[in-house]
Every structure is written in C-alpha cells, then in structure tokens.
Design a protein around this ligand. Structure first.
Ligand SMILES: Cc1cc2nc3c(=O)[nH]c(=O)nc-3n(C[C@H](O)[C@H](O)[C@H](O)COP(=O)(O)OP(=O)(O)OC[C@H]3O[C@@H](n4cnc5c(N)ncnc54)[C@H](O)[C@@H]3O)c2cc1C
Length: 441
C-alpha cells in the first residue's frame, strides 16, 4: 500500500481527488460526519459537466441530469430584464445534489477509496508546523497528508497553528446566507421567463431567483446578513406579486446555508496539509458556484501529490498545486470579488440605470460553463465600450464607483500575477498579506 492520505469531510473536490489518488496506489480514507446516503441537500445544482471529465469521472446516466434553463435577470424595479445567451456547447447541467454525491462516491469507492461515515472531524493533529492527522469523534487518525474538504467552516483549517499563515475565518461580507426551498406550483399558466433572477428586488440588497420547474417552483434568496424565517416568508410574499406561480406550500428543502463568495484562500497548503473546495473558497465570488472548480482542483492536487516522488507532502512540494490553481482559475476568480463589492455599493436606482442605459447587456450576464473570469463576460468591443462609457459619464456617482472597482481589479490582477512560483515561506507570507489587503473591507 502507498502512503496514507486522509480526506477530512466528503466535499466534492476531496472525494474526486481521493478517487484519483486511490487509483494511483495511495491508501485513502475519507472521514465524513453525515451518515451514508444522507449527503447533500434536497435540491438541484448546476455545474459544468466538463469538470467531471477533467477529474476523470464518467458522465452520469442521462436520466440523472438535464441541461440548465437560460436565466433572465431583472433590474430592481423589474421593468427591464436581460436573458442569457448560452451557446449549446457551453450549457451547464442540472442534477439533484444527492445524485451528484452518489455518482462521485460510487466512482471513488470503485477506485479503492475507504469512507468512514458518522465520524465528525474536530481538529487537525499537529507536530510543530506539520499536520500529522485529525482528531475525530471516533478517535485520532494519523496520515502522511491531510486533504481538507470540510467546507467553509472547516474545523481543520480554523484550528491550524497560526504560524502556518493560513486564514481561519470568513468575514460576514465574504459569505452569502442563502435560503432555498421548492414550493408547490400555484398555477399552471405558462410563464415567460422560466428562471427569473432578481437583483435587489424591492430595494433589498439581495439576489433571489424563482425558477419554474414542471413539478414545483424553486425559490432562492441570498443576502449578506442573517435573516429570519419570518423575514423570508414576507419577502417570498413580495416576490409572489411578480411570480404568481410560486406557491405557499413548501415541498422540498427549506434551509439556511452559507456559501463563500470571496477570493480563493491565500495559502492553501502547509506541511502535510492541502485545502480544496469551499474549505479553500473555490467558489465563483459573483455567483457562488463551486462544484466545477472543486473537481478541476482535484486533478491539480492529485497530480501534485503524485509528482512528489519523495512523498514529502510539504508546503514546498504542495505549493505547485496552489500555483497551478491560481494560474488556471484563482487569478481569474479573485477580481470577481471586486465586482461583488461594486454591486454591494450600488443603490437600486444605479442598478436600474445599468439595465436601462444599456451598460449591462446579455453578454455581461451570460455565465456559461466556462465562466471563471471577467473576460468571459466582457467582449471588449469598441461600440459596446463606447456605449458603456457614454452611459457612465452621464451618471458621475456611478462612474466614480466603477472607476474605483476598475482600480481594485487591476491591483488584484497584478498581485495574483506576482504570486511566488516557488515556495519560500517568507515571500509567500508577504505575498498573502498583500493579496488580502484590497479585500480588507
Ligand atoms: C444553497 C446552495 C446552492 C449551491 N448551488 C450550487 C450550484 O448550483 N452549483 C455549484 O457549482 N455550486 C453550488 N453551491 C456551492 C457548492 O455546494 C460548493 O461550492 C461545492 O460543493 C464545494 O464545496 P465542498 O464540497 O468543498 O464543501 P461542502 O459542500 O460544504 O462539503 C463539505 C463536506 O464535509 C462534511 N463536513 C463538514 N464538516 C465536517 C466535520 N467537522 N467532520 C466531518 N465531515 C464534515 C460535510 O458534511 C460535507 O459532506 C451551492 C451551495 C449552496 C449552499
């Protein structure tokens, strides 16, 4: 048997990396707090199917997924809307979360991964600056490498020695609180926009969607603050005015959850430790999708681990994983957090103006399966830029905010490009500090 690897938490990236590593001869065990068959949420998710291929996972059976509906984005007053134009070959797939998990787990088990369910990971076990195992509700377990796939509030990441230089906590404005539930259909009338995404509806700084499915109506409400069930119910009533198909009877889901919407973790690795998925904040900061990025990162991590012929699994050898992640995804994702902050500073009137004046167009809201950076949304063609510029000049307050955001994007892009390519503890810590600075809001 090869070296021992523990995956803490059965996150998507963790289980995908586990499968590749087990196939390559490593002795891989996953420790998951939930019981077998209860993973995931009672709702569907959307992700880029190509990420499965990259992670070496076959496509699920055709009856397990369908292609996602185009989303229609509504301005705060709901007077203007823009519908995405996603080319057929860039469509994402929609799948039940439980089916995604079942698919990933059966693939991993077929490659030799062992899974221990009903086992809560409580903290890392460390020896000086090296992570050597995990403490769990079933006792301590040691390994040569710990892959942290425990999600946004991972007890592994948050309990690492401070000297490792890995961020522990997520600030309030770096995560979005989501309520999601499926409601009955209140009417059978055909709706024009099947997947309505509403920005700041009713003047509340939130993003919400109401998606009309055959069997039910899918409601999602996201805010950068906690909100109560009562507030949610009142808001749902407000949304029913423009989405009469949204019934009052909850048929599935109905849970508050958190998604990281921030720049990727500044230091993802340490001696004996690597973070993946939500634990390393791999979601797209503007929309919170994280499944595809986690699966792609699984391939990068597994290759880095396999290429470490001495099996040192040190910060130095694992650093290549972070370099690759930032090169392929992270450097494009981080600036999107600046756009998120821009959105949060806009007033509902300014957002309306962006829709009304043509500053925002269909391309700018078409987040396809390949969407990992701003460049995927802006075509940078001259007439479009001129229209955007003219409209912005007519609204000086808005222009000021956009220019401020542009400066931050340039700053973050430059810092990402300056990330040390080789591990040097001092340089990495210095870089991480500089990288985090623009986001310290
Ligand atoms: C409402 C909602 C909707 C979303 N929709 C989409 C979508 O449509 N498309 C998309 O790409 N992404 C979506 N995401 C984001 C996506 O779920 C994550 O980015 C992605 O799953 C990667 O996260 P993860 O698997 O690393 O972490 P998680 O999904 O948080 O998984 C962590 C795992 O670790 C386990 N765990 C946690 N703590 C412990 C512990 N102490 N001990 C043992 N086990 C532990 C958990 O039970 C879980 O199995 C959504 C998220 C939410 C909350």
């Amino acid at each position: 048997m090869g070296k021992k690897i523990i995956v803490a938490g059965l996150g998507h990236g963790g289980i995908a990396a586990a499968a590749i590593l087990a196939e390559r001869g490593f002795d891989v065990t996953v420790y998951e707090k939930k019981s077998e068959g209860t993973l995931g949420y009672d709702w569907t998710d959307i992700f880029a199917p190509d990420a499965l291929r990259i992670a070496g996972i076959p496509m699920p059976d055709e009856d397990k997924y369908e292609y996602k509906e185009h989303m229609t984005f509504f301005a705060p007053t709901a007077k203007r809307s823009l519908t995405q134009r996603v080319p057929k070959d860039k469509l994402e797939i929609k799948m039940e979360r439980k089916d995604i998990y079942a698919h990933l787990v059966s693939h991993a088990v077929s490659k030799g991964v062992k899974i221990v369910y009903d086992c809560e990971v409580t903290a890392p076990l460390t020896l000086g600056n090296r992570v050597v195992g995990i403490g769990t509700s079933l006792g301590d377990f040691q390994a040569d490498l710990i892959i942290d796939a425990c999600g946004i509030n991972s007890p592994v990441r948050t309990n690492l020695p401070r000297s490792m230089g890995i961020e522990k906590c997520v600030r309030r404005n770096e995560k979005i609180t989501i309520y999601r539930a499926f409601y009955n259909k209140a009417s059978d009338k055909e709706v024009e926009a099947k997947f309505r995404v509403m920005l700041f509806a009713g003047g509340v700084k939130s993003v919400s969607w109401v998606a009309s499915e055959d069997e039910h109506t899918d409601l999602l409400v996201g805010r950068f603050e906690e909100f109560s069930l009562q507030e949610l119910e009142e808001y749902a009533d407000f949304l029913r005015q423009t989405s009469p198909r949204l019934g009052k009877e909850k048929v599935r889901g109905g849970q508050f959850v958190e998604i990281p919407v921030r720049h990727p973790l500044s230091v993802m690795v340490g001696d004996g430790y690597a973070a993946i998925g939500d634990s390393a904040f791999m979601t797209v900061p503007l929309i919170g999708s994280g499944i595809a990025n986690s699966l792609k990162a699984a391939r990068m991590l597994a290759d880095t681990v396999t290429n470490d012929k001495q099996c040192a699994f040190s910060a130095e050898t694992l650093w290549n994983y972070q370099v690759k992640y930032y090169k392929e995804l992270g450097a494009g994702l981080a600036p999107l957090e600046c756009v998120k902050y821009l959105l949060l500073t806009l007033t509902p009137d300014e957002l309306d103006y962006c829709f009304d004046s043509g500053m925002l167009n269909e391309d700018n809201i078409t987040m396809t399966a390949d969407f990992t950076s701003l460049y995927d949304l802006f075509k940078f063609d001259i007439p479009d830029l001129m229209l955007k510029g003219k409209s912005a000049i007519k609204n000086p307050q808005l222009l000021k905010k956009i220019l401020g955001c542009g400066t931050e994007i340039a700053q973050v892009t430059a810092i990402c490009a300056a990330m040390p390519k080789k591990w040097d503890r001092k340089k990495v810590i210095q870089w991480a500090k500089a990288y985090s600075k623009p986001f310290n809001k």
